[in-house]
Write a protein that binds this ligand. Structure first.
Ligand code: PBG
Length: 334
């Protein structure tokens, strides 16, 4: 049947009908907020390239996390900015380092807030690369031991999930084995399985102070052109024991998210990265875009593509927006 019997506009006539037939509902239970934590007290340093985001000291992090919990954000992803960097990334696996300190504080104050720790060396190495450097190359296997050490330290501090974002081969297996050896059978691995070498991470480099001092990350992060290779990456991570797999960035990679969702039966996450956020913020400042509507459209698209879980710098605001979305109202009494 086609026109005039079929009129698809019938399903769009009112907010109530539209809500009834909506196929994708972003729910705040699926939105997680990345946070940046550093040493100090009463620090709330704005990140210029990411308006509305801050580097926080642990006391301020607790306030932020409490506010997030109150509006209904289920969890946070932690990035640490250490005081000192060295070529072995010691700050990444120091039990007294910034991330384990923050995790212990969060778990003490807000035990039911999910705490996910990014596991990578780039914030902690003097050269800014995600692994140890040997003869100008990022050495894969020696890096695995350090990543596994960091994961165990975060698990010991109370992290619910560790999230390796380094893109070394074999890291999920190495981390799973180390966690199990240390008795952390319940600590999950959310792997950045298909992480692309992307210019959309630009603003994050200011936030996490992790820009590489030489070269770029193309010898370990994926080439933007490759979807089949992304599926191989995911397959390997699942085999090595990843509980949740992530695609990153999200917006320019919706087809990859979709392909991963179709092929695998594990929960799929996507990372709505710093550049995706900064672009909208910048345009909104000029009144070229309406931030709220665009952000919700983006999150809906990422979810529609197949991501069950979304990391987004809008988690807190979006949770508020979703609660106040226009809903069908009872008719006026008058
Ligand atoms: C660290 C890491 C990066 C991001 C998450 N973890 C940066 C990078 O790989 O250069 C990017 C997040 C964002 O842009 O929001 N390996």
């Amino acid at each position: 049947m086609s026109f005039p019997q079929t009129r698809l506009r019938r399903l769009r006539v009112t907010p109530a009908v539209r809500a009834l037939v909506r196929e994708t509902d972003v729910h705040s239970a699926r939105l997680l907020q990345p946070l940046f934590v550093r040493h100090g007290r009463r620090l709330r340093r704005p990140i210029a390239s990411m308006p509305g985001q801050f580097q926080l000291s642990v006391d301020e992090l607790l306030k932020e996390a409490t506010a997030l919990r109150e509006v209904g954000v289920p969890g946070v992803l932690l990035f640490g900015i250490p005081d000192r960097k060295d070529d072995r990334a010691s700050g990444a696996y120091d039990p007294k380092g910034i991330v384990p300190t923050a995790v212990r504080a969060l778990k003490r104050e807000l035990p039911d807030l999910l705490v996910i720790c990014d596991v990578c060396l780039c914030e902690y190495t003097s050269h800014g690369h995600c692994g140890v450097v040997r003869r100008g190359n990022i050495a894969n296997d020696p890096t695995l031991k350090l990543l596994a050490r960091a994961a165990v330290v975060y698990a010991d501090a109370g992290a619910d999930f560790v999230a390796p974002s380094d893109m070394m081969d074999g890291r999920v297996g190495a981390i799973r084995a180390a966690l199990d050896r240390a008795g952390f059978h319940q600590t999950g691995i959310l792997s950045y399985a298909a992480k692309f070498a992307s210019a959309f991470y630009g603003p994050f480099r200011e936030a996490a102070e992790n820009a590489p001092r030489f070269g770029d990350r193309r010898a370990y992060q994926m080439d933007a052109a490759n979807r089949r290779e992304a599926l191989r990456e995911v397959a390997l991570d699942v085999e090595e024991g990843a509980d949740i797999v992530m695609v990153k960035p999200a917006l320019a990679y919706l087809d990859v998210i979709h392909a991963v969702r179709e092929r695998f039966d594990v929960p799929v996450a996507a990372y709505n990265v710093s550049g995706e956020y900064a672009m909208v913020k910048a345009a909104a400042t000029q009144s070229w875009l309406d931030e709220k509507t665009v952000a919700l459209e983006i999150l809906t698209a990422i979810h529609r593509a197949g991501a069950d879980i979304i990391f987004t710098y809008w988690a807190r605001e979006a949770t508020g927006w979703l609660r106040t979305e226009p809903r069908p109202r009872p008719p006026d009494k008058s």
